[in-house]
Design a protein around this ligand. Structure first.
Ligand code: CP
Ligand code: NVA
Length: 304
């Protein structure tokens, strides 16, 4: 029996595997990919948080590769009534060929992977959002060029699941990452330290220092899912972290703006930047489909 591979975090793939997955995703996006590596296979999708992009792109992607996706809201399955995750993992593994989970605690996908016997894909936890970063890397490749190693990426806002996953991408690929966060909103300390050992990482409280000369400017909501009650306090703490045209002017001439969406216009980003010529947010959203198809083809369909 071959080892079951999971995708819970960007470093679950080597640098070469990341680049090969992006290449496969780009090939799928160009069209002409007629293979059906998920023929007869089923993906279970567990959601304990809301989703538009993740749900739709995984479901459509599975279908396009010949398979079938099951939407399992925690409100509807026994997990929501307290059935242990380790039991859910073993039962689902008897029925399906892969599990994607979006949830709060990062230990949940880890537990699914430990107790189940099929590939597990992280569709967002409080700690990480690796599929989104794969889509972002594909978007960057399309707009800035394939030399991901030589680029400078800026992160402006919360040191959240997205920021942590960008750090993981820098750790694997070695590009420069400059993060500007308000005091007290730093990314995960262990993920930061590991990335610092492998890539030029700058952590600052000054958005201009992060964005100056950057090829990619990223932000995200100030209050993530599960932090709704902190929204007012966070809005105060994040004053000065709005990505507006004046800030974008300090980025490199070829710079693009990314946001994983959903966005709060006028809060973390202005309408004019989100809808402006540097914005690639709609390509970024579409690219979720292509990268996740490539990830599923590798993990569930035996594609190299
Ligand atoms: N970016 C993202 O993960 O979007 P959804 O929450 O809509 O899935
Ligand atoms: N940081 C956000 C990303 C949403 C896709 C959240 O976790 O809610």
């Amino acid at each position: 029996m071959t080892d079951v591979r999971h995708f819970l975090a960007i470093p679950d793939f080597t640098r070469e595997e990341i680049l090969r997955t992006l290449e496969l995703a780009a090939r799928m996006k160009r069209g002409g990919y007629r293979e059906r590596p998920l023929e007869g296979k089923t993906l279970a999708m567990i959601f304990t948080k809301s989703s538009t992009r993740t749900r739709v792109s995984f479901e459509v992607g599975t279908y396009q590769l010949g398979g079938h996706a099951l939407f399992l809201s925690s409100r509807d399955i026994q997990l929501g009534r307290g059935e242990p995750l380790r039991d859910t993992a073993r039962v689902l593994s008897r029925f399906v060929d892969g599990v994607m989970i979006r949830t709060f605690d990062h230990s949940d996908p880890e537990e699914l992977a430990r107790y189940g016997s099929v590939p597990v894909i992280n569709g967002l936890t409080d700690l990480l959002h690796p599929c989104q970063i794969m889509a972002d890397l594909l978007t960057v490749r399309e707009s800035v060029g394939p030399e991901l190693q030589g680029m400078r990426v800026a992160w402006v806002g919360d040191g959240n699941n997205m920021a942590n996953s960008w750090l993981n991408a820098a750790y694997r690929l070695g590009f420069e990452l400059r993060l500007a966060v308000p005091p007290g909103y730093e990314p995960d300390a262990a993920i930061l330290e590991r990335a610092r050992g492998a890539a030029p990482i700058v952590l600052t409280h000054d958005p201009r220092e992060a964005v100056e000369g950057a090829d990619v400017v990223n932000t995200d909501v100030w209050a993530s899912m599960g932090q709704e009650e902190e929204a007012a306090a966070r809005a105060r703490d994040f004053a000065g972290f709005l990505v507006d045209e004046a800030l974008m002017e300090t980025a490199s001439a070829r710079s693009i703006f990314l946001h994983c969406l959903p966005a709060h216009r006028g809060e973390e980003v202005t309408e004019s930047v989100l809808e402006g010529p540097r914005s690639r947010v709609w390509d970024e959203a579409e690219n979720r489909l292509h990268v996740q198809k490539a990830i599923m083809a590798r993990l569930m369909g035996g594609v190299e």
